[in-house]
Design a protein around this ligand. Structure first.
Ligand code: BMP
Length: 464
């Protein structure tokens, strides 16, 4: 069977479809390739194995893996034919028995070749490669059957992975057109869709967004970030005022926002606030009190405006949970004259948190309804495509703040998860939040500059 016959066979069994399909990444696509069906056609499975075997000749590897579920069966055929052992990474960590993430025998420094059926964004390939790398193996090559990506080859290259594919979506379309299965119009529509999806990756500049923003603090912050060339928020979770100001004084010229948890300062006094306000004015950063209000309107109003901390008198921004419903925003800002902004928690970075997709969606709806008071959202995604999925749902008049950002660490011992500044910004974060990565480092000034530089450069690269 040649490539052409193979594609026509796939079309015949319904593995290539045209219409409207919602992809895992949240994008609506005019076509869908579903190679899971192939397991019912042994001759197709064998042919695919032949083509991949041909493709991987000359590549170096000790082990083969297929990404579950679709590519695992074909990877097993290849493994058996080449007599190269198979390993595979589980989709979910086992909660019983060995708790192993990778099944099969392997040793340190083994090189694993990744096989998958199709590539769209490249995200799941990176995730799989990372699992093997965490187990101290090497991954150099990824081989897929269909490349329907926007620019996955480039994307994978950034992670040191070489992508090879058997056939591109353009070739598939051409074969189907030549044989009269799709019309020219459909081919053009699909090509435009692929091109447009690449363009959509580009974002509006902060300057353009100043005009769109409805909340005054958002406008101020966008201006400030542009003039200071930074979209870094320092989460300064130090417990004494001495340590707090020591770090702040080293880093204040690098940051756009200072995030506080005022109730963890053990020697809190009003002079702390005076000092903080003075630094904010002089060094040009906004203060975000990460209070995560969550109660009924009447209570949060008091927690925000009264009490020991009088948060409303000094913070420009506050974080708010939407668990108690939209009236929390009515309560917080009741009778307040100053310009303030709320950041609603749309997705958290802690492992196992209970925020589900519907909660995120409804939180964004609340933000839209209260767009004069809401500056944006706090959100997290473990991968670039997870962040992109969230970002697509958030309008340009809102800012997306992203915690769980570190230069190298993947998690802490208490459930925090991390991604890198570049991943966060490429995914769509506007502002990265970094805490221990900076204030616990030996040289907070240099490290803050590293975070600033990475995030700002990435933001600039991703703009229109
Ligand atoms: P660190 O970079 O040291 O892990 O700190 C992250 C900061 O962001 C903490 O102050 C934490 O309270 C906050 N945060 C978070 O980590 N995840 C969220 O989902 C929301 C947060 O506000």
């Amino acid at each position: 069977m040649n490539k052409k016959e193979f594609v026509l066979y796939l079309y015949k069994i319904g593995a290539i479809k045209f219409g409207e399909f919602k992809l895992k990444s949240g994008i609506t696509s005019p076509f869908y390739v579903d190679l899971r069906l192939m397991v019912s056609y042994p001759d197709l499975m064998n042919e695919m194995a032949n083509m991949i075997i041909e493709k991987i000749k000359g590549k170096e590897f000790d082990l083969i893996t297929g990404i579950p579920y679709t590519a695992l069966p074909v990877a097993s055929i290849i493994s058996s034919r080449l007599k190269v052992p198979l390993v595979f990474a589980r989709k979910e960590e086992k909660t019983y028995g060995t708790k192993k993430l990778i099944e099969g025998n392997y040793k340190e420094n083994d090189t694993v070749l990744i096989i998958d059926d199709i590539i769209t964004t490249g995200e799941s390939k990176i995730e799989t490669a990372n699992l093997f790398k965490e187990a101290h193996m090497n991954v150099k090559d990824v081989v897929v059957f269909v490349d329907r990506s926007f620019n996955a080859k480039e994307f994978l290259k950034r992670y040191g992975l070489e992508l090879s594919s058997i056939i591109s979506i353009d070739e598939v379309l051409e074969i189907l057109r030549e044989n009269g299965f799709i019309r020219d119009k459909v081919v053009e529509e699909i090509k435009t869709f692929i091109k447009k999806s690449t363009e959509e990756e580009k974002r509006l500049t902060f300057k353009d967004r100043i005009l769109k923003a409805k909340n005054p603090v958002t406008k101020k912050l966008l201006n400030l970030m542009e003039s200071k060339s930074t979209n870094l928020c320092l989460s300064l979770d130090k417990e004494t005022s001495k340590e707090f100001f020591e770090v702040l004084d080293k880093t204040s010229d690098k940051i756009a926002v200072l995030k506080t948890h005022i109730d963890i300062i053990s020697d809190f006094s009003l002079s702390f606030i005076e000092k903080l306000k003075e630094r904010s004015k002089k060094e040009g950063f906004l203060i975000l009190e990460d209070r995560k209000f969550a109660d009924i309107g009447n209570t949060v109003k008091k927690q925000y405006q009264k009490g020991l901390y009088k948060i409303a008198s000094w913070s420009h921004l506050i974080t708010v949970h939407t668990i108690s419903g939209p009236s929390i925003l009515d309560g917080l800002f009741k009778d307040l004259k100053e310009e303030k902004g709320a950041l609603l928690l749309a997705k958290m970075s802690s492992k196992g948190n209970l925020i589900a997709d519907d909660y995120t969606r409804r939180t964004i709806e609340i933000g839209e309804k209260y767009s004069e008071l809401v500056s944006g959202f706090v959100g997290f995604g473990e991968t670039e495509s997870e962040i992109k999925e969230l970002k697509r749902k958030i309008r340009d008049d809102f800012l997306l703040f992203m915690p769980g950002v570190s230069l190298g660490l993947k998690y802490d011992s208490l459930g925090q998860r991390y991604i890198t500044p570049s991943e966060a910004i490429r995914g769509g974060a506007d502002i990265i939040i970094a805490g221990r990565g900076i204030y616990e480092s030996k040289d907070p000034k240099a490290i803050a500059e590293e975070f600033r530089k990475q995030a700002w450069e990435e933001k600039t690269k991703n703009e229109l």
